[in-house]
Design a protein around this ligand. Sequence first.
Ligand code: ADP
Length: 541
Amino acid sequence: MKGLMMDFPLTTHAILEYGNRVFPHKEIVTKLPNGSWHRYHFSDLYIRAKQLASALVHSLGVQPGDRVATFAWNHYQHVELYYGIPGAGAICHTLNVRLSVEQIIFIVNHAEAKIIFIDATLVPLFEKVAPYTTGVKKYVLLNAPENFNTSLTDTILYEDLLKESRPDYQWYPSDENDACGLCYTSGTTGNPKGALYSHRSTYLHALALLMPNAANLSVRDRVLLIVPQFHVMAWGFPYVCILSGSDMILPSLHLQPDAIIQILEQEKITVANGVPTIWLGVYDAMKKNPPKEKLALREYVVGGSALPPSLIEAFEKDFGIKGVHAWGMTETSPIGTASRLQNIHDNLTDHEKLAVRAKQGIELPGVEIRAVMEDGSIAPRDGETVGEFEIRGAWIIKSYYKYHDNHLSFSEDGWFKTGDVGTLDAQGYMNISDRSKDLIKSGGEWISSVALEIALMAHPEIKEACVIAIPDEKWVERPLACVVFRNENIVSKEALNAFLGEHFASYQLPDQYIGMNEIPKTSVGKLNKKELRRRWAEGEL
Ligand code: ADP
C-alpha cells in the first residue's frame, strides 16, 4: 500500500522558493574579479534567477534538458546560474577553468553545451578552446564592460540578457528526477567523465550536508565558499546556504591566503570550506602575520584530500579554529562522510581524539559505504581490515553521462566503486589509506602514501610532502618522497627516516627524498602524483 502523502518535487527552484519565503533578508556578498564588492539579498537572487530562466527560454530558446555551461569564478551571478538554468528546465554544466585546453574542448563537445556563460577574465583562455568546439551557439559575458573585445562570436552581456526576461515567468515544472547539474571529474585517469546530478539528489545532498553532524550550518552563519563553483557544484554549498539561511560570501578569483584572511576578517565569516592546500596556506600566513582580533571563524570544512592532523592541531592550538574533515568525489555529489567527535569519544586523550577527527568520518544519512576485500568479501568494521570502498545512496551516480565502460565502475549489485582504499571502524568511521592506484606495493607488502605524507607534514621543518611509487628491480615498487621545506632548513634522509621510524616499519620508509620549491597540483588543488611520476620517468626530478 502506498503512503498518502503529497507528491512535492524536490527541485532546485523549491530550494530557492524556500529561501525567498523565509530568509529574503539574508545576504550574498561577492568580492568581484576587479576587487570591488557586491552585496544583495536572497530576495534579489530570487528575482534575478527567475529573470535568467525566463531569458534563457524566451530569448535564447533553451529547451528542457539542454546543457548550458558556465566558465566562471564564485560570485553572485554564478549562483543565479545555479538556480536559473535548472529553473528553465536545462542543465547547469560547470566547466573547470583549471583544466587543460584539450580537456575543456573534450568536455564542451562531449556535453554538447549550447550556451556558455563566461567571466571576462577567463575569456582569453576560452578563446583558445572556442575554435575546436562544436555546437556552441551563444556566449554570455559575465563581469564584462560594454565595449569588451573578444574573438568569441555571438556574444551578449549578461545584464543585457536579463533585460530580455518576461515578468510573469513560472519555473519550468521539472520532475525531481530530471537532471539539473553536470560536472566532470578532473580526468586524473583517462578522459574526464560526467556526473549528471538530479534535482532530487541535489536537494537531498544539501539537506544532509547542512545538518549538525556534517557542516552544521544555520541562520547564524556567514559562510565563505572557497571551493570553486566550477568543481562539484562548490560541494553543494550554494544550495546548503539557501536552505539553512546562512549568508553566503563569494571570493571570485581572490584565493591567495592574504586575500582569504582579509575576507574572513572583514565579513566576520563563521564557516568556510576548501581543500587542505588552501588551509595550509592560510595557516602559514596567519602564523606569520596573526590577525589583530580573534576571527569569528569557528570551523573550516576540508575535503578533496586528507586533512593532516598536524594542521587540525596547529590551527586549533594557535587560533582556536576547528577543522572538520569530510570526504567525497565528483561522483558522490560530492559529500559522503564527515568527521566529528561524539560523546562516546569524551574519555579519549587529546591525541586519540585528534586521530578520530583525522579520519574521513561517518556516512551522511542517505548513503551507505562498505569496504570490499580483494577476494570480494565485505571487510568487517574493525578499523583494521583494509578494503576498497564502495558506496550507494540517494546522491551517488548510477552511471556516468554518455559513457560506455560504466560496468568497470560498479559492483554487480550496483554499488559505485570509489577507488579509495582503507578501513571502517566499529563506530562507522572511514579511514582512507590511499587511492588504490597510489598505493605502493613493495615486496608484496602495501605501503600507504597518504600515511607517509601525513606523518611527514607533522615534521616542523616540512611544509608539504607527496609520496609516489617508483619502480624497483628487487621490490617492484619503492616509496619516493618529494618535500617542500619551510625556511630552507634542509633535513637529511636519515633524520627524516628516524622521525618516521616511530610509526612505520623500516621497509615502509622512503628510499629517497627530493626537496622541491613547490609540489605540482591538479586543477582542483590536489597533489599531482601523475605529474610527479611523469617527471620521475623522464628524469626531470
Ligand atoms: P578527481 O576524481 O577528478 O580527482 P574528485 O574531486 O572527485 O576529483 O576527487 C575525489 C577523490 O579525492 C576521492 O576519491 C579521494 O581519493 C580524494 N579525497 C576526497 N576527499 C578526501 C579526504 N577527505 N581524504 C582523502 N582523500 C580524499
